[in-house]
Design a protein around this ligand. Structure first.
Ligand code: SF4
Length: 950
């Protein structure tokens, strides 16, 4: 062990799996990360994203000092914290005085820590007096919350990860854990390896890596989830596989639902769902025959205009069979973000209050007001995510505070969101990164600490609370999020209580809830007395006492001593609860769970003659959300080097479309351009686009330019998953391609980030309808890659400016120029290796050159090509090398070569090592083998191949 290294236990900041990590740091730098072998969520394993957390801890792009613009058209300039917060407080106070507390809003994040959530929540409700506080968790799991509350009576995930080991049937619905929750999926793989009888059913419109592994894949028509689960319940009922005693003793509402189910037979729903009736029957029988069925779901069910009904219909299967509250079984919602669950506990969403209290419940409001020592909480419902930005757009919310989230990339119908942010009188963005899509709109940009620099807690999908610890100090003047919220509260309080002008007394009727009445004896200092996150946590704990999530036995010190713990964990407890509802008493007054009527609509928007394709959105394996963190790690692009729209080969053949062609995608809300890729993982008539790519990568907003803002009436979660689109080839004949590497060695990563940052303004300045992809690649020798396609050529001066910014100027390069054809080729060779390429006018050789830069090529070959007037590049393909195994840098081509030689998985792994470390690539390796007609996934092969099976 290196004596200069410090080791700090913390938690991964990506998905809701909540893996424990050990951060390696030296001085003020994070230099490595490993899985925490003692953390019960992952037992030392990490996926590709978690394994590279330290590589995302770069400094380029960080917000390090407050940046303020005095007017909308002025540039932002550095400001002191005191001036920045005083200005923000002035602007917020003026708006609150003039228009009331609901004229401001707070939009926060599932990536904040519970302590951050808590202080923001108190700031909004107790000090400002508004319920306009919502979280980006609204976009990922509010439908699951609503479904749990409607059926079980409380927002309580009844299961634990250990149930995976005990289940004999796993149903994964609208989730792709092989990509989005990889360590959960490793555990599922291990359970299948240990128990060959364990069946896996996957419900997903696409054949994802998870679906490809399933014993039964139901590739349903998007939005037909309720019909499917209702038909399964119909079969359970018809074939006598329901638990009549459980239904009678522990539930209500079944008789009414039964009437609705009468019509929903497999035969009637199968044509709508797009699957065989027999498969629905099989799924129902497997579920009904299982002793311990476990169901996972995620965004595929949640991001729907009937997301609450989707979740409820799935939960109904467990209530009807009495398979809940016992080992190995139950409905298990996977949370997307690392602390979406913590936000639910802290009540930091418009319709919630701390401690699982409800805003609309007067007793809950009174109880919380008493705890906080204020007379009352505001009653008016707050705006949820989509509503909040609509209110900003229509001017009813005039100032918005956005913390640790990127709504200009992640909300649906981004044209509306951009309009809202341009309309707002005052936009505060509090973020670790200064270059997000949203930061561009900030009047005040406040630098926040981020992963590796923060102290607090998060709660994962299985209700497990883990400590997050700082390994290094934040850069510059960045502060912890909870502290920024506290400091702003203190600054705002002073302005809310002071007269606005000398000699003016405050009109007490103007904004009655926007201050702390003197009669309470409370001041901002007593309302926000926190000096450490542990103190914030202690107050959060007090809001949970006596409630379903009682964590009276926990504190930062207790978590440090005991390790991660599941809630509830009341005072005196020795351990948390692995399962809820074990006595089958549910959280309604009568103790009975509810079957609820479920709407059976499909998607909010269906394909038609003008928009004939069904767009489905989803995730990539190695990227996270809007890529503000993973997008800084060159090797995380290797699996999917560029954005694409994926269509079924039959759709392409019918229209004569070829892979790599740039396509224009139009919905009723916007249009984007992406290269075309063939994939039989989507059905004919469907199109798939990943949700990650935004304006930092593309010349447009990415897929959320197309998605629609319609939302579930109960959960208010928008339908980000589906839209109807028109797809046609784009006419963009002029091409520019740039590759630039600083070579390897110290500082290479930061240099690549700087070059990338230098290229970003180019994206914003391209003609409407242009295509651009600004990405990274490489491992030991990272590089930046830019591809541009436009109708008109960029002028020479502009190209030269770009070249100079990347040290690719004419004087420093090998050059070829064909003035007649307006073609420029330029290459830089340093220390015998290609390190830079610029192609203007045509980019035919870019795929070969990308490989050349990454892997090294004979310089003579390159020289011949550069100086030959009409040379054909050795490989004309524009497709970059695709890496399947990121741990050992193994490409798809290398695996396919082994498969062609007839090698089986163990032999391939023996030679290439793919899938033997984090295991994230295993599903894809199996698919490549299966594509050859071999059997990749026998029980023996499972046991041999899984990195978790040892
Ligand atoms: Fe992080 Fe991967 Fe674990 Fe999710 S599964 S918490 S991304 S290491």
């Amino acid at each position: 062990m290196n004596p200069g290294l410090r080791h700090t236990r913390s938690t991964c900041c990506y998905c809701g799996t909540g893996c424990g990590v050990i951060i390696h740091s030296a001085g003020n730098r994070i230099v490595g990360v490993e899985g925490d072998p003692e953390h019960p969520a992952n037992f030392g394993k990490l996926c590709t994203k978690g394994n590279t957390l330290h590589l995302a801890a770069v400094q380029t792009g960080r917000a390090t000092v407050p940046m303020l613009r005095e007017s909308r058209d002025a540039p932002r300039k550095p400001a002191t914290w005191d001036h920045a917060l005083a200005t923000a407080a002035e602007r917020f106070a003026a708006i609150i005085h003039e228009h009331g507390p609901d004229a401001v809003g707070f939009y926060i994040s599932g990536q904040l820590l519970t302590e951050d959530y808590y202080v923001f929540n108190k700031l909004a409700r107790a000090l400002v007096g508004t319920n306009n506080i919502d979280s980006n968790s609204r976009l990922c799991m509010s439908s699951a919350v609503a479904a749990y509350k409607a059926t079980l009576g409380s927002d309580a995930v009844p299961c634990s990860y250990e149930d995976i080991d005990l289940a004999d049937l796993i149903l994964i619905a609208g989730a792709n854990p092989a990509f989005a929750h990889p360590i959960v999926y490793r555990r599922i793989e291990a359970a299948r390896a240990a128990n060959p009888d364990l069946k896996l059913i996957v419900v997903d419109p696409r054949r994802t890596d998870t679906a490809a592994d399933a014993d039964l894949h139901l590739a349903i028509t998007p939005g037909s989830d309720v019909l499917l689960y209702s038909a399964m319940l119909h079969v359970l009922l018809w074939e006598g596989m329901i638990d009549d005693n459980f239904i009678a003793e522990h539930t209500t509402g079944f008789a009414d639902l039964r009437k609705q189910l009468a019509e929903l037979t497999p035969g009637t729903v199968a044509p709508v769902c797009g699957v065989k009736a027999d498969d629905i029957v099989t799924a129902a029988r497997w579920f009904g025959q299982a002793k311990a069925p476990l169901s996972f779901w995620c965004q595929g069910l949640n991001q729907s205009t009937h997301g609450t009904a989707n979740g409820a219909a799935l939960i109904h299967l467990h209530l009807a069979t009495g398979t809940i509250g016992k080992p190995g079984m139950g409905p298990f919602s996977l949370t997307g973000q690392p602390n979406a669950m913590g936000g639910r506990e802290a009540g930091a969403m418009a319709n919630l209050l701390p401690g699982h209290r409800n805003l609309l419940d007067a007793a809950d409001r009174a109880e919380l007001a008493a705890l906080w020592g204020i007379p009352a909480l505001p009653e008016r419902p707050g705006k949820t995510a989509v509503e909040m930005f609509d209110a900003v757009r229509d001017g009813s919310i005039k100032a918005i505070w956005i913390a640790c989230t990127n709504p200009a990339q992640s909300l649906p119908d981004l044209a509306r969101v951009r309009e809202a942010l341009q309309t707002a009188e005052f936009v505060v963005v509090q973020d670790a990164w200064a270059d997000t899509e949203t930061a561009a709109f900030a009047d005040l940009l406040l630098p926040a600490a981020t992963w590796g620099e923060k102290d607090g807690t998060v709660t994962n999908s299985e209700r497990r609370i883990s400590r997050v610890r700082a390994a290094v100090p934040p850069p510059g003047e960045a502060r912890a999020d909870w502290r920024i919220a506290r400091d702003f509260a203190l600054a705002l309080s002073a302005r809310l209580t002071e007269p606005r002008h000398p000699g003016e007394s405050r009109d007490p009727g103007k904004a009655p809830e926007a201050s702390i009445p003197a009669s309470t004896g409370m001041t901002a200092e007593t309302l926000f007395p926190f000096t450490t996150p542990a103190e914030v946590y202690a107050e959060h704990v007090a809001t949970t006492l006596g409630r379903d999530l009682d964590i009276g036995g926990l504190s930062h010190a207790a978590l440090d001593r005991l390790g991660p713990q599941q809630w509830p964990f009341p005072a005196g407890a020795k351990t948390g609860e692995a399962r809820l509802f074990i006595d089958h008493r549910f959280a309604f007054d009568d103790g009975k769970a509810r079957f609820i009527p479920v709407a059976t609509g499909l998607t909010a928007e269906s394909p038609d003659a003008r928009h004939p394709f069904r767009l489905v959105t989803g995730r990539l394996r190695d990227q996270w959300h809007g890529m503000s963190r993973t997008g800084r790690v060159p090797r995380l692009y290797a699996h999917e080097p560029e954005p694409a729209v994926r269509l079924h080969p039959a759709d392409m053949a019918r229209r004569g479309w070829r892979e790599g062609t740039l396509m224009n995608l139009r919905s009723r809300r916007g249009e984007i351009v992406l290269p075309l890729a063939a994939s039989d993982d989507v059905r004919p008539g469907q199109a798939f686009v990943a949700m990650h790519w935004g304006r930092r990568t593309l010349a447009h907003d990415g897929v959320n330019a197309l998605t629609l803002p319609a939302f579930d009436p109960v959960s208010k979660q928008p339908e980000l998953k589906h839209a109807a689109v028109r797809i046609e080839p784009a006419d963009l004949p002029w091409r520019l391609a740039i590759l630039r590497s600083p070579g390897g060695g110290l500082g290479a990563d930061e240099q690549v980030q700087r070059w990338r940052a230098a290229l970003e303004p180019l994206l914003a300045g391209l003609e409407t309808g242009a295509y651009a992809a600004l990405t990274l690649d490489g491992r030991d020798r990272p590089f930046v890659a830019l591809r541009v396609a436009t109708r008109e050529p960029l002028d020479d001066e502009r190209i030269e400016r770009i070249a100079v910014a990347l040290a690719l100027s004419e004087s420093a390069s090998l050059n070829y120029r064909d003035s007649a054809r307006h073609i420029t080729k330029r290459a830089i060779v340093e220390n015998g290796r290609l390190t830079g390429i610029l192609l203007a006018g045509e980019d035919a050789g870019i795929g070969w050159l990308r490989a050349a830069l990454r892997d090294g090529i004979a310089i003579d070959e390159l020289r011949r090509w550069i100086f030959a007037p009409r040379a054909t590049p050795p490989t004309a393909t524009a497709t970059p090398r695709r890496v399947v195994c990121n741990c050992f840098d193994v490409s798809a081509a290398a695996i396919e070569a082994e498969v062609r030689q007839g090698k089986a998985l163990p032999e391939i792994q023996e030679k290439l090592k793919c899938g033997t470390s984090c295991g994230s690539c295993l599903t894809e390796v199996r698919r490549l083998i299966a594509a050859s007609g071999a059997t990749p996934y026998s029980a023996t092969a499972r046991a041999a191949s899984s990195p978790t099976s040892g």
